[in-house]
Write a protein that binds this ligand. Structure first.
Ligand SMILES: NC(=O)c1ccc[n+]([C@@H]2O[C@H](COP(=O)([O-])OP(=O)(O)OC[C@H]3O[C@@H](n4cnc5c(N)ncnc54)[C@H](OP(=O)(O)O)[C@@H]3O)[C@@H](O)[C@H]2O)c1
Length: 284
């Protein structure tokens, strides 16, 4: 591949003007001094979108990495998420304030409701509270995670405000075509969690290895390139600096129709990593 064949990674734009880079960085399980060093390395390696959550117990780790990195605060999009146990108004306010204190920040760029927990049925109140905190300037953009159209429709009906982002499990084995189409139709950026289906088996799948070998790249690179072409934002996690670089270097080759057909055939009703049906999954 010559450099003239390498395209730039595209940005994505949401209904509220939020602009995100095409690939972000997951931080689940990155904690403590070592975790902070790994996140600092990701920033040095070019990542500008960080994904954290109250339930990852690592907001302090993320805040320290941002401070210690050579990257300007305003150039980084920092994400956190509201857990199910704090959906009511007063607890949601305190939780966001605690996130700010733990990260040592004046504002958080993107705050998501982590799961709808519809059996508790308080996610509309949580959404109204995030909008209030946005008004106060503590949050720049707000969105959701693991929401289905029926949940998002209720938020919009109650507040007239559509989430900027919906972060869902999405990878070649679980492509979520209908949900992705709904997000697209409403100007909602779809972020993909476990975009590599947590590494492991994915990078050994013969169908993926065959596409990678054909292009002289790694299995992870073809999976992430598939995400970019599909139009979601993958947020791969890696504690390994060389993999962090590899995972951003995905635009130096192009798929042909045979590759696209191979990926389309991977989508499966059994492809989800675990039983995570948002209608019933309780995550507090
Ligand atoms: N909203 C939600 O409900 C939700 C749920 C789950 C996850 N998330 C978010 O999504 C992020 C990503 O998902 P994930 O952490 O579950 O899984 P993932 O990003 O799909 O996979 C991470 C695994 O892949 C390995 N890996 C990364 N790059 C690799 C490469 N180039 N070659 C080989 N292996 C590689 C990593 O190993 P090393 O680290 O050892 O390099 C790690 O074991 C999370 O960190 C979190 O921020 C959100």
């Amino acid at each position: 591949m010559t450099s003239s064949e390498t395209q730039a990674l595209p940005d994505r734009k949401a209904n509220d003007g939020l602009i995100l880079p095409a690939i972000g960085f997951g931080t689940y399980k990155l904690r403590g001094f070592e975790g902070s060093k790994a996140i600092e390395s990701a920033l040095d390696n070019g990542y500008r979108l960080l994904d954290s959550a109250v339930n990852y117990d690592n907001e302090g780790t993320v805040g320290a990495a941002v401070k210690n990195s050579g990257v300007a605060r305003e150039d980084i999009i920092i994400t956190s998420k509201l857990p199910g146990r704090y959906h009511n108004h007063d607890q949601a306010v305190e939780t966001v304030e605690e996130s700010l204190l733990r990260m040592d920040l004046d504002y958080i760029d993107l705050y998501l409701i982590h799961w709808p927990n519809p059996l508790e049925d308080q996610y509309v109140e949580a959404w109204e509270t995030l909008l209030e905190l946005k008004e106060r300037g503590l949050l720049r953009h707000v969105g959701v995670s693991n929401f289905l159209p029926e949940h998002i429709d209720r938020l919009v009906k109650a507040t007239n405000v559509t989430p900027a982002v919906n972060q869902i499990q999405l990878h070649p084995y679980w492509q979520q075509r209908e949900l992705k189409a709904y997000d697209d139709e409403h100007g909602i950026i779809t972020e993909a969690w476990s975009p590599l289906r947590r590494g492991g088996e994915t990078v050994k799948d013969p169908a993926i290895v065959a596409v990678a070998d054909k292009h002289g790249v790694t299995p992870t690179q073809v999976v992430l390139r598939w995400h970019v072409e599909y139009g979601d934002i993958p947020i791969p996690k890696s504690a390994t600096p060389s993999r962090q670089l590899e995972n951003l270097d995905v635009m130096g080759f192009a798929f042909d129709d045979e590759d696209r057909a191979a990926f389309a055939a991977m989508d499966s009703p059994d492809g989800s990593r675990g039983d995570f049906d948002p209608r019933s999954h309780q995550e507090m």
